[in-house]
Design a protein around this ligand. Structure first.
Ligand code: NAD
Length: 495
């Protein structure tokens, strides 16, 4: 057993080990061991970070966008050079497979690549002669100190949704990663430091509620990006905006995949299995509910149940790699197992039961589970499970399948598998979800497009990623200009 390391914070270019503060354990979920301790920052630590970020802002803002982009180009190269090391760190503290960690880090790097284009992204508009002799132009300016608060499930990608763009736009930043997975965020922060961010431009604090409350309360914080569960997202949005801050807050989800009777069987089954059980279902874009229409049930259900059973589950911190790793904590694993039981009690039929799985490494494992005959009013249908559980709902036709989806309060992703262009078009037009897939299992948008959650999956106006991300981290200024000929219109003119 290794002695758990105390995770440092990073403030004003200095790595500080905080002694005499409360800590929270970081596990390797594959073996259940504590591998690190996260310090729980107090309001005083937060104040120090925000004040330093505020002090660094004027100089960073004056740094030309092309020079800020050069820091990000170096950052991108360092991320590539250290790719496998980051991947291993990510897998060790989160538990997802190495393959899944590679996806996590790669999606994050794509955000850096996007942010490298900042000189073009910041371009404004101009109209000559909005009135005779008068010109008008827009420019985008940074907000000041921006904050990122992130969840446990994508330790690399989600923080990278936020600060590359925020920094590229000229803001300074304070990141508070999930206390369950601080190590990947810190490894990446070291690379950003090496890439040449001046002191105070990028800072990392750690903690839980107290730390977040202090960030929300600080008058020098201009904007907050949050990703996590819906109750916290809603609270952060309401509290932050009431205090005059700009907030974008991504929340929980329930995502649906419709399988029509004419769908290609093999790709639909693969799409659903990968979508439901990838990252052990701990994804806000997990396709956790299959809505099987009419005769599609007999084509796909037996293979779906068998596919789930064949998923090899085991520790991810060694070779050979399994198909699926553990859940993040013992408590979370137990909660998901309990929800399966509740589903069965409420009348769902268990086609594949992952609870019997035995893995002897000491980790937090649960096998892939498929629940059939799930109804709208069951707890498993209403609550985000965030584990390796696929709900199957039955529908008579496309109409009632769309109705089921649109009854959900969430609105992240929804997909359809069909050969019919008409059905796909109807689905795309009417479904209430921000990210839509057609013959795609997980329709998560990539760096160049906004991550457009709807309903209780998002609170705010401007989403993360793409041009909306740039808009979120900047404010516009419109300048209207008129110039006079020498002497013309002057109150001192003697002519
Ligand atoms: P969480 O809400 O428990 O924690 C998210 C962050 O908020 C963490 O940094 C945590 O320290 C902080 N936090 C937790 N409770 C708090 C409180 N009471 N007050 C203030 N801060 C608090 O979420 P999680 O369990 O880490 O992550 C899983 C959730 O995130 C799921 O619901 C998932 O759907 C969601 N998620 C959403 C997206 C998206 O883009 N919509 C992406 C990834 C994850």
């Amino acid at each position: 057993m290794t002695t758990p390391q105390l995770c440092p914070i990073f403030v004003n270019g200095e790595w500080q080990e905080l002694r005499n503060v409360e800590t929270s354990p970081v596990h390797n979920p594959s073996i259940g061991e504590v591998i690190a301790l996260t310090p729980m920052c107090t309001a005083a630590h937060v104040n120090d970070a925000v004040e330093n970020a505020a002090a660094a802002f004027p100089e960073w803002w004056e740094t030309p966008p092309v020079e800020r982009a050069r820091v990000l180009f170096r950052f991108k190269m360092l991320l590539e050079d250290n790719f496998e090391e980051i991947v291993r760190c990510n897998t060790r503290e989160h538990g997802k497979t190495l393959l899944e960690s590679r996806g996590d880090v790669r999606r994050g790097i794509e955000m850096v690549e996007f942010a490298c284009g900042v000189p073009s992204l910041l371009g404004g508009e101009a109209i000559e002669n909005v009135a005779r002799g008068i010109d008008c132009e827009t420019i985008r300016q940074p907000l000041g100190v921006c904050v990122g608060i992130t969840p446990f499930n994508f330790p690399a990608m989600v923080p990278l949704w936020m600060y590359p763009v925020a920094l590229a736009c000229g803001n300074t930043f304070v990141l508070k990663p999930s206390e369950k997975v601080p190590l990947t965020a810190m490894m990446i922060a070291r690379l950003l430091e090496q890439a040449g961010t001046p002191r105070g431009v990028f800072n990392v604090v750690h903690g839980g509620r107290e730390c977040v409350e202090a960030l929300l309360a600080h008058p020098k914080v201009s904007a907050i990006s949050f990703v996590g569960s819906t109750p916290v997202a809603r609270y952060i949005f309401e509290t932050g905006t009431r205090r005059g801050k700009r907030v974008q807050a991504n929340g929980s989800a329930k995502n649906f995949v419709i399988i029509m009777p004419d769908a290609d069987v093999e790709p639909s089954i693969r799409g659903v299995i990968e979508g439901a059980f990838g990252c052990a279902g701990e994804r806000c874009m997990a396709s956790s509910t299959a809505v099987v229409v009419g005769s599609a049930a007999k084509n796909v259900l037996p293979s779906m149940a068998a596919g789930a059973k064949n998923i090899r589950v085991g520790p991810t911190d060694r070779e050979p790699q399994p198909d699926m790793g553990p859940l993040i904590t013992r408590q979370h694993r137990d909660r998901v197992a309990q929800l399966i039981e509740t589903g069965a009690t409420e009348g769902a039929r268990i086609l594949t039961d992952g609870r019997a799985l035995q893995v002897n490494s000491g980790g937090f494992f649960l096998g892939a589970t498929v629940l059939d005959q799930v109804q709208n009013d069951m707890r498993v249908a209403r609550e985000e499970i965030f584990g390796p559980v696929l709900n199957v709902m039955r529908a008579n036709d496309l109409e009632s399948a769309i109705e089921t989806i649109n009854g959900s309060p969430y609105g992240n992703g929804a997909s359809i598998f069909t050969r019919s262009g008409k059905a796909a078009r109807e689905f795309k037009h009417r479904v209430k979800a921000g990210m839509v897939g057609i013959n795609i299992g997980v329709p998560a948008s990539m760096a160049w497009f906004p991550f457009t959650g709807w309903g209780d999956s998002f609170f705010g106006e401007l989403h993360m990623q793409g041009k909306e991300g740039v808009q979120f981290f900047t404010q516009q200024k419109v300048t209207t200009t008129r110039w006079f000929a020498e002497g013309e219109g002057s109150v001192w003119s003697t002519k």
